[in-house]
Design a binder for this molecule. Sequence first.
Ligand code: CU
Length: 294
Amino acid sequence: MSHPPSRSRPVGLRRGRSRLALALAPAALLATGCAGGGRDLYENSFALGFPDPVTDRADDIYELWLGSVAAAAVVGAAVTFLILFAAVRYRKTSDQLPRQVRYNLPIEVLYTVVPFVIIAVLFYYTTITQNVVNDLTPEDDGGSDVNIGVIGFQWNWTFNYVDDDVSVTGVPGQPAQLVLPTDTTVRFTLTSPDVIHSFWVPAFLFKRDVIPGRANTFEVTVSKEGEYIGRCAELCGEKHAAMNFSVLAVSPEEYESYIGGLQDNPENQIGTGTGTDAPRSAEEVAEQPAGSNS
Ligand SMILES: [Cu+2]
């Protein structure tokens, strides 16, 4: 139960306060969206279950996510406050109609400008992050250190270690594992022989579609050793849910010895060439006649 509103408070003060609250919302949004001081509290408050980023690009995506959630929290808090304030402070107290007003120009300008500012800020940071995420090392700079060809097919994955001429293919009950070196620029080239799939490693905070007749690319540098789950994130048919894989990030030395092991022991290239006619490389995908889905 709340007390009845104080009748003695001057109208001007009331109006001044609600204007102040409205005016502070965008300022608070900008401050929270851009600053991010007190990392631990900030992350704990706004990560909302996002996994820890494990690549250089994921760090940027993580920052964008934190800033967006913080901005949404500030806007949400301001709107909730204004709704509750108006509902409590100006609730019906008698049968007498309140003073009838219309066309409050300052407020109309404010609620046109504020959403525009919010969208502009979100757009700015999204574009900056998108450019970082899509950035590829120029060939003039030697290109990426490691090149991985990813073939998503109904219903498994082939990972081609293009530079070393070995590959690993997942088979039912034995998902493919993609081994990557840390602190090394890895370029992925994704394509599909049949339908659209989506290459998703949640710890990369990122997914990219795997599209027939097209080679999508992206680069990451994995910064933390560990095993990360991978999924197909595009409903691609009956056994879509079986398209699981894993990413194992190891030191560059361990990576070299893993690749050596694959070259010396072809049987370790799990299921390669068995149970599927899936092509092994982007070139083979390009050579496939159109509509040759199996
Ligand atoms: Cu799929």
